[in-house]
Structure formats: C-alpha cells, structure tokens
Design a protein around this ligand. Structure first.
Ligand SMILES: Cc1cc2nc3c(=O)[nH]c(=O)nc-3n(C[C@H](O)[C@H](O)[C@H](O)COP(=O)(O)OP(=O)(O)OC[C@H]3O[C@@H](n4cnc5c(N)ncnc54)[C@H](O)[C@@H]3O)c2cc1C
Length: 298
C-alpha cells in the first residue's frame, strides 16, 4: 500500500485506497486458502512444515555442484517423499533477509536423512552471483544446522508401469537421480532410459550414483551427450558428441518422458519428441525457477 501511494501520489483518494485494500485482501485470502488446502491435502500442519537438519556430509560432485546429506535432529517421524519431489531450504542471507530456495531430493528416503545437490549460480556481467547457492557452497559445512521444509512437488514419477525416458542436462539430473534412487530401492523392473547432456563427463553431477542405480535396475540404460569430450570412464550404454538428440537412440514405445534442464534444452528435446509423434501429454518437465515455459507453448 505504501508503494501504491508512493507511485500514484494524489490519484490515491480514500476511495481508491479502499478499493486497492479490498483487492489486496481478496488476493491474499485466495492464496492463504490455497496454501491451507495444500497443507491439508498432504496431511501437514503449518507448524510442522519447517524442521532443522544437521549437515552430515558435504560432497563435491563437480567443479560447481555440491551434494548435502543432512540428518534429522529430533525423533519425530520423517515425512516420506514421492520420487521427484523437492524441499525448500530457508536461510538468513548476509543482509538479514530470510530467503527460501527449492532443491530436488536426490536420494530415496531412509527415514533419517535428506540429500540434495546445489549448483553454484555464477553472476554474469552486472548480474550478481546466486545468493543462496553461494552461501551453501562457501559457508555451510559438516555439523551446521539447516532449515528444510517437508517435501513437495507435483512432477513425480508415474506408477502406471509405462516405460520411462528421462532427458536431462546439467543440474537437471537432480530430480531424476531422486527418481532413479526410489526405483532402485524398490527393485523396479520398469523399462528406463536415461539421456543426459553435459559439457563432459567430469561435469555430469551425481554421475556415480546415477550409473550405479541404472546398473542395479534390471531394464535400464543410460546415454550421454558431451559437448567438449566424449572420453568416458563409466559403463554407459552410449556416449555421443554434441547436443542431445533423443532420436539417436532406440526409444521405447508408449513411454512417458520427463525433462529437466535449461529451458532452451527442454524446448529442443520436446520439439524432437513431438516430431517423433510423442503426445504432448506424455512429456512432463520440471523448471528450476518460475514456470513461464507454458506461456511460450500455447
Ligand atoms: C522445483 C525446483 C527444484 C529445484 N531444484 C534444484 C536443484 O536440485 N539443484 C539446484 O542447484 N537448483 C535447484 N533449483 C533452483 C534453486 O531453487 C535456486 O533457484 C538456485 O539455487 C539459485 O538460487 P540463488 O539464491 O543462488 O540465486 P539468486 O540469488 O536467486 O539469483 C538467481 C539469478 O538471478 C540473478 N539476479 C539476482 N539479483 C539480480 C539483480 N538484481 N539483477 C539481475 N539479476 C539478478 C542472479 O545473477 C542469478 O542468475 C530448483 C528450483 C525449483 C523451482
């Protein structure tokens, strides 16, 4: 209301101010009610959303990705997660402002731990470095306490038994690593194809975990596309040079597709799949930010 008065100046008569006030509360109440609905759908009481976790491991994955393994600090039951969900990490920034950021869970639940992986966001030109990713990389160590929300997210693995194809780039592997971990833990016999794009093998985050889960699964394969060098030490099913072309490998019929990575990557992969007559409804995607993609699609 202060900003409205500041920008509109004298135009804000008491009648206009009352109208803005009414609209503000209409919108606020709509969102508050929607949030209440989300809590009750998940059986969560608002006071149990946030919980403290102790950093047990901080693992360097690649030059710009670290994985955090955190352990519960009390005896309360740990809310289970669905494959593909994320948690929100809440931290006080150096300027004193409390900030939330979302991070996909990269390993299946064990009742005690959560695991997530964070890519450092570098500034570009005048744009600053990412606030929370820098703080997590530089200032959070083993033994520190982090505040995490309960898991959430609606891009989750479909359990209909249809073949699944994952197409990811860079840190976009994170939710897929979580899904593969759930599948491996469940001893799944689902037909799984993992397609991953990166600069080169050392840049492929969570690579060892993903490859070992794929090996454990009975009907899974993993293919990589590397821009810089196709040198590989991992038992992959195929390595290609350049940008990902999902049609370069045999894709199963009637598959469900999950895409995660930068927007241009997802747009390019989606176009190739549509050319191959994959139905749009069979392509799901996770955007690591505000989902403005749909606006471009329609
Ligand atoms: C569902 C979901 C799941 C996610 N999962 C993961 C995951 O598993 N791993 C992961 O690493 N990330 C994940 N993310 C992204 C993550 O939540 C954060 O967005 C990311 O870590 C960046 O946060 P930050 O605080 O470091 O950057 P921010 O400080 O939020 O900055 C973000 C960008 O804005 C730019 N910027 C900031 N201020 C300005 C300014 N004044 N002018 C111009 N530009 C500016 C920065 O340069 C940067 O490019 C996920 C996001 C979502 C929504």
């Amino acid at each position: 209301m202060w900003a409205i008065a500041d920008v509109l100046g004298d135009a804000v008569t008491s009648e206009v101010a009352a109208a803005w006030d009414e609209v503000y509360w209409l919108m606020a109440n709509a969102l508050i009610n929607q949030e209440r609905g989300l809590y009750s759908a998940r059986g969560v009481r608002p006071e149990t959303v946030w919980r403290q976790w102790k950093v047990e491991k901080k693992i360097r994955e690649t030059h710009d990705v670290v994985t955090f393994v955190v352990k519960r600090t009390d005896d309360r039951l740990v809310k289970t997660s669905l494959p593909g969900q994320y948690v929100t990490v809440r931290m006080t920034m150096p300027d004193g402002v409390l900030q939330p950021r979302q991070y996909s869970l990269t390993r299946a639940d064990d009742g005690e731990h959560r695991q997530f992986s964070v890519k450092r966001v570098h500034g570009d030109g005048d744009d600053p470095d990412g606030e929370m990713s820098a703080l997590l990389h530089d200032s959070v160590s083993v033994g520190d306490i982090l505040t995490l929300s309960v898991p959430y997210g609606d891009v989750v693995l479909d359990d209909s038994g249809r073949p699944v194809v994952f197409a990811t780039a860079g840190i976009g592997i994170a939710p897929v690593a979580g899904m593969l971990s759930h599948l491996a833990k469940a001893g799944s016999a689902l037909d799984i194809t993992v397609l991953h794009a990166d600069l080169d093998e050392p840049s492929f985050p969570l690579r060892r975990q993903v490859v070992s889960d794929v090996l454990e699964l009975r009907r899974a394969a993993v293919y990589a596309w590397y821009e810089k060098s196709t040198q590989s030490m991992e038992p992959l099913n195929g390595v290609f040079q350049g940008l990902m072309d999902p049609t370069a490998v045999d894709l199963p019929d009637n598959a469900l597709y999950y895409l995660c990575g930068p927007l241009p990557f997802m747009q390019a992969v989606r176009s190739k799949l549509l050319e191959r007559d994959v139905a749009p409804k069979d392509i799901q995607y996770e955007v690591f930010g505000p989902d403005l993609w749909q606006a471009d699609l329609d």
